[in-house]
Design a protein around this ligand. Structure first.
Ligand code: ADP
Ligand code: MG
Length: 240
């Protein structure tokens, strides 16, 4: 088993004539906590969409767990172990929190039927601190609890790689710490995490390494201290 879980090789993504990603390469090691930062519009979510298979690329290749997944559909990548949260959570509002996990859980199980899906759903809700609201409708959740549910939905796919896209945006200081603790625990259980985040104290404290995008290009990649001290990174943020 190689130490590399994900390898993005020089991927390019265009929207019409606009180049959203220009030959971006990125390697993520098994078990790693990687921060992905960059000004608004720099291509972070687009990169995640390309990795998860929500968007086709216009060049380059993506390798995951030893497979070239470049041509695979999003659901195949999910089955291989790639899960992501969405910047704007979209749960099924008519369902309870536990019911919201049943569909991704049954889907992740694929051919191996038989497990107790309800018990698994409750176990995942416990991991994100939503046990006491398992049977309540998700439409009544507070903002921080909605983020917990979004994490739970991603975990229900039983991922080896979890990509979280600004899952802490708009939360209060203490709530950010709660989500960080959940993510740290998920990582402690062996799940590799890529964190897209604007809250610098969160991404700096959490990440073992940080990669920076600016205008569709990777401009830095290294340990958090040297990356934030990099003049190119400072310039990228000054223009924001
Ligand atoms: P970030 O997540 O870093 O804020 P995005 O990846 O969302 O940035 O967007 C990068 C650039 O690509 C932006 O200029 C955005 O407007 C553009 N973009 C993203 N998605 C689309 C799309 N589906 N169609 C056209 N342009 C898009
Ligand atoms: Mg984004």
């Amino acid at each position: 088993m190689s130490d590399t879980l994900l390898e993005v090789r020089e991927i390019t993504k265009r929207f019409g004539g606009f180049v959203a990603l220009n030959q971006v390469s990125l390697v993520v090691a098994r078990g790693e906590r990687l921060g992905l930062i960059g000004p608004n519009g720099s291509g972070k979510t687009t990169l995640i969409n390309c990795i998860a298979g929500a968007l086709p690329t216009d060049g380059g290749s993506i390798h995951f767990d030893g497979f070239d997944i470049s041509g695979r559909a999003a659901h195949q990548r999910a089955r291989l172990g790639i899960a992501r949260s969405f910047q704007i959570p979209r749960p099924f509002h008519s369902m309870s929190n536990v019911e919201n996990l049943v569909i991704p859980l049954e889907y992740a199980a694929g051919d191996r039927h038989g497990g107790n899906v309800d018990a698994e759903a409750r176990e995942i809700l416990a991991r994100v601190g939503l046990s006491d609201r398992a049977d309540k409708s998700c439409s009544g959740l507070t903002q921080v609890d909605m983020r917990r549910l979004e994490l739970a939905r991603a975990l229900a796919a039983r991922p080896t790689l979890l990509i979280v896209d600004e899952v802490m945006a708009g939360l209060a200081h203490a709530e950010v710490d709660e989500i960080l603790a959940i993510l740290q625990e998920i990582n402690d259980q062996g799940i590799t995490i890529v964190m897209i985040e604007h809250i610098m104290r969160a991404v700096m404290g959490f990440s073992q390494r940080i990669a920076v995008l600016d205008a569709g290009e990777k401009i830095a990649d290294g340990d958090p201290e040297s990356v934030v001290g990099d003049p190119r990174v400072e310039r990228a943020y000054l223009g924001e």
